[in-house]
Design a protein around this ligand. Structure first.
Ligand SMILES: NC(=O)c1ccc[n+]([C@@H]2O[C@H](COP(=O)([O-])OP(=O)(O)OC[C@H]3O[C@@H](n4cnc5c(N)ncnc54)[C@H](OP(=O)(O)O)[C@@H]3O)[C@@H](O)[C@H]2O)c1
Length: 395
């Protein structure tokens, strides 16, 4: 039985995690959960799972939550409260599914407390990969991937010397030559006729395979999501960015692959459902019979792969460039993207304005090579101001 603290319980990953917990009551006990503003959802979930520790990131909503919470439920308020919740003494694992940079402080609090971190929030490793992985290694906490691609690699490596320890250390497995991340391609990668300058918010949110939160869905459509995942894989598996490739795979059945030095390639396959990766992160190294849907390859029929078009989707190249430069640049790319995606969703900039804003902010950034947490936070705040105030409305 593992005690789970779930951060971001009202979101897409959060709700899928609770479905996994509901299906495995003998294996998983939810002991804490958090939201940002949707505290009524948190209280409903707490009542169903018997949770006594509830975090609400927005302080004014947290105060309302505290007034409405039943006796026996403790409410953790604001970002400091989420850090306390993430380091709850009784937690065996913290599943972090908060969208964006807001995930960094609680994720770091968990590993600082030596608690295993099941990580969906890729932005954490993109912005502060060195600090988070060093802290995890020092405190003996494992970082367990929840992103389906990284879970696939984790599963392929688990019998090849790149097992649980490597997750904590980011230690490369000497047998591995290359990681191959698969990408669904979102709604546009297979539609060359679509003018990316004029796509609407609804079109960008119409993902053909996955039902996800709005930010990650737009990231999928620009392929920035895959760029962030390259950096996430770099930190999780200790592989150089040049040894991490991306292939488009519209069926979303092969979730990623590992090529070994002898030329053999291992892949992990399942239907596109995040519960597979969530369940494995929470039960590994055990495999538990749950209620997940079975893959019928005959029904799927064909699995296809294609190279992404880097010219049409510049976010992929921008992310590789940020990773190559390192220091504060990945945090800047991440923050600029977060604000630009929000502006696109609010109708203030065009879809192609997202990568124009990211490129403009990256070009203006003066990189700090080996940044502290405070310098990362400063670079993040600077990039947000640059996008918000720097003429993004013209693009
Ligand atoms: N969805 C997927 O299938 C998927 C797959 C792989 C990786 N991921 C990654 O997982 C993370 C979560 O994605 P998602 O799709 O589940 O997002 P989502 O549906 O938008 O949910 C986000 C969650 O984070 C909370 N939150 C938002 N802002 C916050 C803040 N400032 N402080 C504290 N909590 C905050 C939200 O609470 P409220 O509801 O109260 O706002 C909600 O519970 C992202 O990093 C994404 O890239 C997602």
């Amino acid at each position: 039985m593992k005690n789970v603290v779930l951060l971001g319980s009202s979101g897409s990953i959060g709700r899928s995690t609770l479905r996994v917990a509901r299906a495995l009551p003998a294996h998983l006990r939810v002991v804490g959960l958090s939201v940002h503003r949707n505290y009524r959802c948190a209280l409903r979930q707490a009542a169903e799972f018997g949770v006594r520790h509830v975090g609400v990131g927005d302080p004014s909503m947290a105060r309302r939550c505290a007034r409405e919470a039943p006796a026996g439920v403790r409410v953790y308020e604001g970002p400091d409260g989420l850090e306390s919740l993430a380091s709850l003494a009784q937690a065996d694992v913290v599943l972090c599914a908060i969208v964006g940079m807001a995930a960094l402080r609680p994720a770091l609090a968990a590993v600082r407390a030596g608690i295993d971190l099941a990580l969906a929030s890729k932005e954490v490793l993109v912005a502060a990969g060195a600090i988070v992985t060093d802290t995890a290694r020092r405190e003996g906490a494992r970082i367990l991937p929840v992103d389906s691609e990284h879970s696939a690699i984790f599963q392929c490596l688990s019998r090849h010397g790149g097992s649980d320890q490597a997750m904590a250390a980011g230690t490369p497995c000497p047998d591995v030559k290359r990681l191959i991340l698969t990408a669904s391609g979102g709604p546009f990668a297979f539609r060359p006729e679509v003018d990316l300058g004029t796509v609407t918010v609804d079109e960008a949110l119409a993902h053909p395979r996955w039902y996800m939160g709005r930010k990650v869905t737009v990231d999928s459509a620009t392929l920035m999501n895959k760029g962030l995942e390259i950096m996430e894989a770099h930190w999780l598996f200790g592989m150089p960015v040049e040894a991490i490739d991306v292939v488009l795979h519209p069926e979303s059945i092969v979730h990623s692959m590992v090529e070994f030095v002898d030329g053999s390639v291992l892949a992990q396959l399942s239907l596109p459902d995040m519960r597979f990766a969530i369940q494995y992160a929470l039960t590994c190294p055990q495999r538990v019979a749950g209620r997940l849907p079975r893959l019928d390859l005959v029904k799927v029929g064909a699995l296809t792969f294609r190279e992404p078009n880097g010219r049409r989707f510049p976010c992929l190249g921008a992310a590789r460039e940020a990773a190559r430069i390192g220091g504060t640049m990945p945090a800047v790319l991440n923050a600029a993207n977060e604000v630009a995606v929000a502006e696109f969703l609010e109708g203030r900039i065009s879809f192609s304005g997202i990568w124009k804003a990211v490129a403009r902010v990256m070009n203006r950034h003066r990189v700090v090579r080996t940044p502290s947490l405070a310098e990362i936070a400063e670079a993040d705040a600077w990039a947000r101001r640059e996008v918000a105030g720097g003429g993004s409305r013209k693009i």
